[in-house]
Write a protein that binds this ligand. Structure first.
Ligand code: HEM
Length: 476
């Protein structure tokens, strides 16, 4: 889930605003710096320009270049100054593990208040301690393989509805279409069923408004994307409250995550606002991430025809068995796709759609002989670790065979690590495999226009959302 990502070029028009923001943040956070007479050792690195730090440098170039330059100069742990906050970045798997897993109680998740307001302050992402672990247990249990197995036929039927629409469109924007797909899957996993068409469209529209505002400047003035997003958030909250009320009145908790949260025993119960914030948050976390990964997957398969052929062969075997027994795809089928699964693993590494995450030291912490002062941000750099040739030889090559052997512990973190790691990883995998099964066995796709280049929206995705044309191929 990305609540804080790094859009690059789209930031340029906002540079003056960014400067103002960093100056403001500087004053807010000034108290949190290291006192001048404190001689403990901070990690090496540059704090950049006064006030601005290295913000512009990070936000106006490929993050890989920013990280690798500093890693070469300073090693795997270095300090910097981003968006008005002093921070420590690390591409060391061991340090990342300390921050995210073994000493996670010393590093709290940290997000701008505007983003918390938009998702809902009581959502799981923003908390730690007992409230977080209670919620996380519930969300996790709703997305365990045993809970999502039953969703397979519903996910398949969503795929089978989309494919003919794509086939009959002149060109599709892959990212947009994958967002529609992953949104529908998120809805059924959260509500246990499809919503009525009107409701589905209404909720989708509100999400689109939130999404636009989420990555815009937090200017709450009439007409700004941020203002519209906050309005949409309010409406979405009202809609959800009504759904909760109806389910309670009917005495039926219903299925999905919502059903689970409504059916809790008294001692575990959550308030309606806690439920609403978490339902909104999970749908938000579930769909953009998965859609970006699916978009990359289609691109990587297209760019590597030998892999496309091999994956197709694997999937055709499963299709033959399905047709012989006249059935749809099953959970067990998705467990019999070793090559497709490795292609997905490599896609998650290569795309590294969450380049890093943010934590904040709740007290002075010493790691690897360096001091991380209280209030400083700490950024485990997932992307830099995924692109380290120490752990992934020839990292720029798309090579699924590297996953024939399990990666070294704590070096592969597309779904994060530790207490805040992603509870939706199995759902994301299964919805990807089901879509690929039907797409690759019945269709082929061609790129339309220039498809090289990366855009940050805010996740890295192929330029212009990867426009493609889909054609049906003859049945096997
Ligand atoms: C390929 C798709 C996905 C990717 C790459 C992804 C990645 C991540 C990552 C890296 C984190 C950890 C963030 C951090 O440590 O700060 C995370 C957290 C989270 N993800 Fe996902 N995610 C994906 C799909 C999903 C789906 C389908 C769901 C739906 C259940 C979901 C729900 C969440 C939630 C609720 C959290 C917050 C957990 C917490 O704070 O304890 N994600 N995700």
């Amino acid at each position: 889930m990305s609540l804080l990502q790094q859009p690059l070029l789209p930031f340029l028009p906002f540079v003056p605003f960014l400067l103002l923001l960093t100056i403001l943040c500087h004053f807010i956070h000034r108290r949190r710096g290291l006192p001048e007479n404190d001689k403990r050792r901070l990690p090496p690195g540059s704090m950049g320009w006064p006030y601005i730090g290295e913000t512009l440098s990070l936000y106006t170039q490929n993050p890989n270049n920013f990280f690798s330059k500093r890693q070469k100069r300073h090693g795997k742990i270095f300090k910097s100054h981003i968006l008005g906050c002093p921070c420590v970045m690390t591409s060391s798997p061991e340090v990342a593990k300390t921050v995210l897993v073994t000493q996670s109680h010393l590093f709290k998740p940290t997000y701008p208040t505007s983003k918390e307001m938009m998702i809902g302050p009581e959502a799981v992402f923003f908390h730690q301690g007992s409230y977080h672990s209670h919620l996380k247990k519930l969300i996790r249990s709703s997305f365990l393989p045993s809970a999502i197995k039953g969703l397979v036929p519903k996910i398949e039927s969503i795929v089978l509805d989309f494919l003919p629409v794509w086939e009959h469109s002149k060109v599709i924007n892959t990212l947009h279409e994958m967002k529609k797909y992953s949104y529908q899957v998120a809805i059924i996993s959260v509500f246990g069923k499809k919503l009525e068409v009107d409701e589905m469209e209404g909720v989708k529209h509100l999400y689109q408004c939130i999404e636009k505002g989420y990555n815009s400047m937090p200017l709450d003035l009439p007409g700004t994307p941020f203002h519209k997003a906050m309005k949409a958030r309010k409406l979405l909250n009202e809609k959800l409250r009504k759904m909760i009320e109806m389910r309670r009145e009917n005495g039926e908790h219903g299925g999905g995550l919502l059903g689970l949260l409504l059916g809790l025993k008294e001692k575990d119960q959550l308030s309606d606002s806690q439920i609403a914030d978490n339902i909104i948050g999970v749908i938000f976390a579930a769909h953009d991430t998965t859609a970006s990964v699916l978009t990359w997957l289609l691109k990587y398969l297209h760019d590597n025809p030998h892999l496309l052929d091999a994956v197709k062969m694997e999937q055709e075997e499963i299709k033959c068995t399905r047709l012989e027994t006249n059935r749809g795809i099953t959970w067990d089928d998705t467990r019999r796709m070793p090559l497709t699964t490795r292609v997905l693993q490599e896609t998650l590494r290569s795309a590294s759609i969450l380049s890093f995450t943010f934590r904040e030291a709740v007290e002075d912490v010493e790691i690897d002989g360096y001091l991380i002062p209280r209030g400083w941000k700490v950024l485990p750099l997932f992307r830099a670790i995924h692109y380290s040739s120490d752990f992934f030889p020839n990292p720029d090559k798309f090579d699924p065979s590297r996953f024939e052997v399990a990666p070294r512990a704590n070096t592969y973190m597309p779904f994060g690590n530790g207490v805040h790691s992603c509870p939706g990883s199995e759902l994301a995998k299964v919805e990807t495999l089901i879509l690929i099964h039907h797409l690759i066995t019945s269709y082929r796709w061609d790129m339309v226009g220039d498809h090289d280049g990366i855009q940050y929206v805010p996740f890295p995705v192929p330029k212009q959302g990867l426009p493609i044309k889909i054609h049906r191929i003859s049945e096997i």
